[in-house]
Design a protein around this ligand. Structure first.
Ligand SMILES: [Zn+2]
Length: 269
């Protein structure tokens, strides 16, 4: 599943590839992808709109158009492709944007869990309303994290999009390793110093992952011809039975709240 660094990479790549192109027309092949408006009006409203800026909030992509804002969540396997023709269109293609320069922006999604939302520019983006702080928000500090901390595993705390937005399974595993704490360790026992370390390592790991173009693993490739390289820097995620890069102990994999959870039993306490 694409997490903050992968979504950021997709946003930057689309901005580079599409610039201020216009949408000539739009076709939706799987209506459930469109969440908050009728499919017919979605297509009608997007016609002749031009992309003006590209951004991200948590794991959501935000495309600002002339008078509309298109928000998209890729969920498990959503991918965008920019193509010169329609040869790549198959049963997994759910939205086709015909661009006014003759190219196409295709939305593929094997699992069909991705969602798109369309708003007027002056409307609140309600699909984002429950999101917590961005990792680099100046309001993200020890007091904020302490106010959100309950008796819950640190990994679950990191995955909670209403606390810090954008962290998913890969980076939650990596942040726990950087903190030297077991993923199931409760945040209710965290000292101020440990919360400070949560902020420091979250920012550092996500920044490094963005600089590497994100992580490309079996369950997610970013499309658009861009492969991330952060998988080479992973310390625990996806490395069960391999040696810890620090202490050479074997990395352990367990299920925690239904998610594959990796840790080093010697480095993490
Ligand atoms: Zn270790």
């Amino acid at each position: 599943m694409p997490e903050l660094p992968e979504v950021e990479t997709v946003v930057r790549t689309l901005e580079y590839q599409l610039g201020n192109v216009g949408i000539a027309s739009c076709e939706v092949l799987y209506p459930n992808i469109i969440d908050n408006v009728e499919v017919n009006s979605f297509c009608e409203l997007l016609k002749n709109e031009r992309f003006t800026s590209y951004s991200r909030r948590g794991k959501y992509l935000i495309f600002t158009l002339d008078t509309k804002v298109l928000v998209c969540h890729l969920r498990m396997e959503g991918k965008f492709y920019v193509e010169k023709d329609l040869t790549l269109v198959d049963k997994h293609t759910h939205v086709i944007f015909t661009l006014d320069d003759g190219r196409y922006l295709l939305y593929h999604d094997v699992r069909k869990f991705g969602r798109m939302y369309l708003y007027d520019k002056n409307e609140p983006l309600t699909c984002l309303s429950k999101l917590g702080l961005e990792p680099w928000d100046s309001k993200l500090n020890v007091e904020y994290l302490r106010s959100k901390a309950k008796d819950m595993p640190i990994k679950q705390f990191l995955l909670d999009q209403s606390i810090i937005a954008g962290i998913g399974n890969i980076y939650a595993n990596e942040i726990c390793f950087a903190l030297n704490v077991l993923p199931m360790c409760s945040v209710s026992s965290f000292t101020n110093e440990m919360f400070e370390q949560v902020i420091v390592h979250t920012r550092r790991i996500l920044e490094n992952a963005i600089a590497s173009g994100g992580t490309t693993i079996r369950s997610y490739t970013s499309s658009l011809g861009v492969d991330g390289r952060f998988q080479l820097s992973l310390m625990v995620h996806g490395r069960d039975k391999e040696e810890c890069k620090i202490c050479h102990e074997k990395i352990v994999k367990i299920q925690l709240k239904g998610r594959g959870t990796y840790y080093c039993p010697r480095c993490q306490k």
